[in-house]
Design a protein around this ligand. Structure first.
Ligand code: NAD
Length: 285
């Protein structure tokens, strides 16, 4: 029997943990707040931002909405980030990506105070992950780890293959699996004979952005398959994994939608709760 890993269930459990932590942070006299920065009026970004603000409200985190026009300058964005960094009622700063192409995403992300970087994408926080130090973790790969934990999937000593090497998903995912003692291989667009490399894996994490690329040919029977991909096709939203083809041979698999997607938002809420908890001197129970 294949286990279908339900992202909605794990996201709910994660938000309950975050809500409990927020309550303790409030008892300690700190009111957790998230600054949400959106540049432009891209409808998809707008809808993501609204969902993230709703998630915050669900667990008792205040959100502060900051909108800049699509033609805003780097100086104006920098000034807004500086103001949020300096504001003690703000514990986390979410800069919704992608930014319009005339703005420098790398410099904007690096300008956010590392302590308030609840997306876990600041170079210092990625460096902390490399060093094995605590700190905000990149939400999507951290959400994958939370799913594995929730379903009791121990990766220690297992062979894990991560397909994709982005700084948002692939690289931090590989480091998080390594931190849990998996033997990790990172694959990418230049990998030779990707299906053969993947067939070596006990755990596959696909973060590519190519609809239904991972077929049964990539999967050793009994492997765990985590699908990070989100691809809009004529058939609707699909992942990087061909779910119908792969699910009969996998021991556990995430669907799209309803898999990793809800986890990214839940981990943002958790990172914000933890950032406020550090300010309040409260430890997660
Ligand atoms: P990206 O484009 O930055 O990186 C894609 C990676 O895939 C690259 O490292 C590239 O080398 C690799 N790749 C491309 N073609 C390949 C091929 N044929 N074989 C092997 N590797 C190949 O993308 P990203 O930001 O890492 O996102 C990856 C996917 O995950 C996208 O579909 C994105 O929408 C999705 N995503 C989902 C969430 C979520 O919350 N579920 C969050 C972030 C990203």
């Amino acid at each position: 029997m294949t286990t279908i890993i339900d992202g909605q269930v794990v996201a709910r459990a994660t938000k309950e943990r975050a809500a409990a932590l927020v309550a303790r942070v409030k008892d300690a006299g700190v009111d957790p707040g998230l600054a949400v920065v959106l540049v432009g009026d891209d409808p998809a970004s707008l809808s993501y931002v609204r969902m993230k603000e709703r998630d915050c409200a669900d667990v008792g985190i205040r959100s502060f909405d900051h909108r800049l026009p699509a033609d805003t300058t780097q100086d104006a964005l920098d000034a807004l980030i500086d103001a949020c960094n300096a504001d003690s009622s703000v514990h986390g700063i979410l800069l919704q990506l992608p930014l319009p192409s005339h703005l420098d995403e790398e410099s904007a992300l690096a300008r956010i105070s590392a302590a308030k970087d609840v997306d876990g994408l600041h170079p210092e926080n990625l460096g902390r992950l490399v060093r094995g130090l605590p700190g905000p973790r990149a939400c999507t790969p951290w959400g994958v780890m939370a799913m594995l934990d929730h379903y009791g999937i121990d990766v220690s000593g297992k062979r894990a293959v991560v397909i994709g090497r982005s700084s948002i998903v692939g690289k931090p995912q590989a480091l998080m699996l390594l931190e849990r003692n998996a033997t990790v291989t990172i694959c990418h667009s230049r990998t030779v004979d990707l299906p053969a490399v993947c067939r070596e894996a006990d755990v596959i994490v696909a973060a590519v952005g190519r609809a239904k690329m991972v077929t049964r040919e990539y999967v050793r029977p009994g492997a765990v398959v985590i699908d990070v991909g989100i691809n809009r096709t004529e058939d609707g939203l699909v992942g990087d994994v061909d779910f119908a083809d792969v699910s009969p041979v996998a021991s556990a698999i995430t669907p799209v939608p309803g898999g990793v997607g809800p986890m990214t938002r839940a981990m943002l809420v958790m990172n914000t709760a933890l950032a406020a908890a550090r300010v309040a001197g409260v430890e997660e129970a």
